[in-house]
Design a protein around this ligand. Structure first.
Ligand code: ZN
Length: 280
């Protein structure tokens, strides 16, 4: 266990509505991010008018991710930034100008509390949830630079095994845009396990302008990737333990690599990178 945050952050460790930072070592060389960790909706939003059952589905959050991220952070001694709001409230893995930021419909379910949201309501959600979470990631990355190297950014998500009636063949997928460093490494290490079917930019393409990895990885030139794990594989503790055993040595190796420790701008397949900056 890490008793105290060994690096100083420009933001509090926790925002009741928006995020929690699991503190880690500045020298860990790694920051873990969980955009869709939570299915929580604050009471004043009245469950967005949805039935409770919807908040136990993948449309509300990435099943299995939060407990797995906590295990990874503890075993690796690395900081993790965990969202504390459902993606149905606002999706932190979208740019703040993205039309799908607040979903009116998700996988066939109308979201009544979003259907009539006006511009002011949308801005209020950005200010209350999206911005604090975004700042928490930025501040955690800034603090990680104090370890003397650029951190690797590892984002964990999970996906539903069946989409629009079709089973998905992958156990996991590595999503990425243009920086090949961490994605190629992860694909190589994961594909070495004959038990796994590993998707390369599957179930979806990782190039999305304005998403979390774009804002904090692509723009800053940090080695980064999203790993998506099929949610049924990490829904229970035994499955998460097996995935932690698989991922810890891979991430241990990644954070020691010299070629991942330097900011390098690789651009984006989505077009010219807005606000690109190098390093801290
Ligand atoms: Zn997700």
């Amino acid at each position: 266990m890490h008793a105290a945050p060994p690096f100083s952050l420009a933001v509090p460790l926790r925002d009741e509505d928006a995020y929690e930072i699991v503190p880690g070592d500045a020298g860990a060389g790694l920051v873990i991010v969980a955009d869709h960790a939570s299915n929580r909706v604050p009471d004043d939003l009245a469950g967005l008018g949805l039935a409770e059952v919807q908040f136990h589905r993948h449309i509300a959050f990435d099943i299995g991710v939060e407990p797995l991220v906590r295990v990874l952070a503890e075993r690796l001694g690395a900081p993790a930034v965990i969202s504390r709001f459902s993606r149905l409230v606002i999706d932190p893995n979208r740019g703040d100008d993205d039309p799908t930021l607040v979903m009116r419909l998700s996988d066939g379910a109308v979201v009544p509390g979003n259907a009539t949201l006006d511009a002011a309501g949308r801005e209020a959600r950005i200010e209350r949830f999206w911005r604090p979470y975004d700042r928490a990631i930025g501040a955690t990355i800034d603090a990680a630079f104090s370890g003397g190297r650029a951190p690797v950014i590892f984002s964990l998500h999970s996906f539903t095994p069946v989409w629009r009636g079709r089973p998905r063949p992958w156990h996991c997928g590595v999503l990425w845009d243009a920086d090949p460093r961490l994605p190629t490494f992860l694909l190589d290490r994961l594909a070495a396990d004959p038990a796994l079917v590993v998707g390369d930019n599957e179930p979806y393409d990782g190039a999305l302008e304005g998403d979390t990895m774009y804002r904090h990885g692509t723009r800053r030139g940090l080695a980064h990737a999203i790993l998506e794990i099929r949610q049924d594989l990490i829904a229970e503790e035994a499955g998460r333990a097996a995935w932690a055993d698989r991922l810890v040595p891979i991430l241990e190796e990644a954070r020691r690599r010299a070629d991942f420790a330097e900011p390098r701008l690789h651009g984006s397949r989505t077009g010219p990178v807005r606000d690109a900056e190098r390093g801290a």
